[in-house]
Design a protein around this ligand. Structure first.
Ligand code: 6PG
Length: 243
């Protein structure tokens, strides 16, 4: 199978970080020029931390940050000040350093009952983005098991796709998560997947060149309906790709 989207292979982690930050800025500048605003869903995990640091410094003057609204692709079921919180990672590395108005930050309430938090976030998305929410950019990572956002192997990622947000039980971590569904992710005008390091090489090969099985590799469900998809990877992660 040849996976959808454009594969961009960068020399190393630093180049990967720069490429993702550049894509963020370019996508934001285009959206601000076209529509006067930029709605982005941030990813979790550790890969974004270096991108946030670069955006908060080198890109500080690159765009009208006051016109950017920040949402989240997924969240752990923890309070917002917990080190595990994707919101805290963004708050510490990007939002506070850039002085983003908290009214422009829409976090998933990981401290609440998961199902209730998922319903509340779906309502928020409808209020802020309309009945079929479409982001200008969704940033995603990829786990070594082929998960993305909090769509983990073992469950058909399209299950519950009538919803905008859901709260799956994640056996691997014995916890609930809150996540956008593929319906929302694939409505985005642009999707950027960022994956680096040799640890991601086997799954990147399987995902991009192996059979299509999104129950096994949920990230294979990522295929924007009308938007663009970029895979930003470094040479180490791409080292097992045949092409
Ligand atoms: C999360 C993320 C998750 C992450 C991948 C990759 O909440 O953990 O949303 O989907 O993007 O696990 O994480 P790394 O970038 O840290 O490898």
């Amino acid at each position: 199978m040849t996976a959808p989207g454009t594969l961009v292979v960068l020399a190393d982690e630093a180049a990967l970080t720069r490429a993702v930050a550049d894509h963020f800025v370019e996508t934001a500048q285009a959206a601000l020029a076209e529509r006067g605003r930029f709605d982005v869903a941030l990813s979790g995990g550790s890969t974004p931390k270096a991108v946030y640091a670069l955006l908060a410094t080198a890109a500080r003057d690159a765009l009208a940050w006051s016109r950017v609204r920040f949402f989240f692709g997924d969240e752990r079921c923890v309070p917002p000040d917990d080190p595990e919180s994707n919101y805290k990672t963004a708050e510490d590395g990007l939002l506070r350093p850039l002085g983003i108005d908290p009214a422009h930050v829409f976090r998933m309430r990981g401290e609440d009952d998961p199902a209730a938090a998922a319903r509340a976030y779906a309502d928020l998305l409808r209020d802020e983005l309309g009945a079929e929410p479409a982001f200008d950019l969704v940033l995603l990572g990829m786990g070594p098991d082929g998960h993305t956002a909090s769509l983990f192997p073992g469950a058909d990622p399209l299950t519950g796709d009538a919803e905008l947000v859901r709260a799956p039980w994640v056996e691997k971590f014995s916890t609930y998560r809150i996540t956008l569904t593929p319906r929302v992710i694939n409505a985005s005008r642009s999707i950027a997947i960022a994956a680096g390091g040799a640890g991601k090489a086997p799954v990147l090969r399987d995902v991009r060149e192996g059979p299509y099985d999104p129950t096994l590799h949920p990230i294979q469900i990522v295929d924007p309906r009308d938007g663009e998809l970029f895979w930003f990877v470094d040479a180490a992660a791409a080292s097992e790709l045949a092409q």
